[in-house]
Design a protein around this ligand. Structure first.
Ligand code: HEM
Length: 255
């Protein structure tokens, strides 16, 4: 299997290098996307030109694409899917979005419900004792973030989608261990894209729900089938009906 990974990797890196090279030559990018912003910074500051070498830019682009896109895209789909099946949550979310709120509780609960990176790994650099087990140097330790997120001790009725469990004033929240939900991992090697992706999710939700609401499409399988890989995915995607919002409530107009 390794040669296949290697080949795909080379193809992907090659394609990304081409894109970076092409975009570097463009004089007037006029776009606010990730690559344009890095390239514009590189050209506007001398120190950035030395630090942001073409290789470096290709590497961050690769990282951004692999670590950042599938994870955030899945999380956004899961939020819209879950909200579409919970009208009472949708009502609160719309009120929050119309009042410039942050949608933070809905995002957290969706990330708990469908943990996109269900496992993270570490290798012990020294002998260490964890939970009464003596682990020799070089042991792989797997932390099951997805299992942790469904622990009924921290999240009663874990299979219910209830964003209010993240209300800072509720008892459940006060009792909960601060590391009970760690969808971005933890410690010095935790996700570097955490703030970026949360911002991306919030902005996407604001843009979507200001104009539309969503309902499950009859063409979507029930129950939803999941696919477990490096990251979690919906096996057949999420199929939704898009309904335009109007001032007088919802127009049942599918777009
Ligand atoms: C919903 C979105 C995301 C989730 C749930 C997520 C989750 C994770 C998790 C669980 C890890 C492993 C942490 C650990 O081992 O403790 C990780 C690492 C990482 N993530 Fe994310 N991620 C997301 C978005 C992003 C984005 C947008 C970027 C880049 C722009 C990114 C870049 C990275 C990188 C570079 C690492 C490796 C960090 C290291 O090893 O030092 N991630 N992410």
């Amino acid at each position: 299997m390794d040669w296949k990974v290697e080949r795909t990797n080379q193809k992907l890196s090659g394609r990304l290098n081409e894109i970076v090279e092409k975009r570097m030559k463009e004089r007037n990018r006029g776009s606010m996307d990730f690559l344009s912003l890095i390239l514009d910074t590189r050209e506007s500051v001398t120190t950035a030109e030395n630090a942001f070498t073409p290789d470096y830019i290709s590497a961050v682009t690769y990282e951004h694409l692999l670590a950042g896109s599938a994870t955030t895209a899945f999380t956004l789909s899961s939020i819209v899917y879950l909200v579409a099946g919970h009208p009472e949550v949708e009502k609160k979310l719309l009120a929050e979005i119309d009042g410039f709120g942050s949608a933070a509780q809905v995002i957290k609960e969706a990330m708990r419900y469908y943990t996109v990176s269900p496992l993270v790994a570490r290798e012990t650099t020294n002998e260490v004792e964890i939970g009464g087990y003596l682990l020799p140097k070089g042991t792989w330790v797997w932390l099951a973030l997805g299992v942790l997120a469904k622990d009924p001790k921290n999240f009663p009725e874990p299979d219910k989608f209830r964003p209010e469990r993240f209300d800072p004033h509720c008892e459940e929240m006060k009792r909960r261990h601060p590391y009970a939900l760690i969808p971005f991992g933890i410690g010095p090697r935790a996700c570097i894209g955490q703030k970026f992706s949360l911002q991306e999710l919030k902005l996407s939700l604001i843009h979507l729900y200001r104009k539309y609401v969503f309902r499950h499409s009859p063409n979507m399988e029930n129950p939803l089938e999941l696919e477990y890989g490096i990251v979690l995915n919906f096996k057949h995607g999420v199929k939704l009906r898009v309904i335009k919002r109007t001032n007088s409530g919802m127009a049942e107009q599918t777009v």
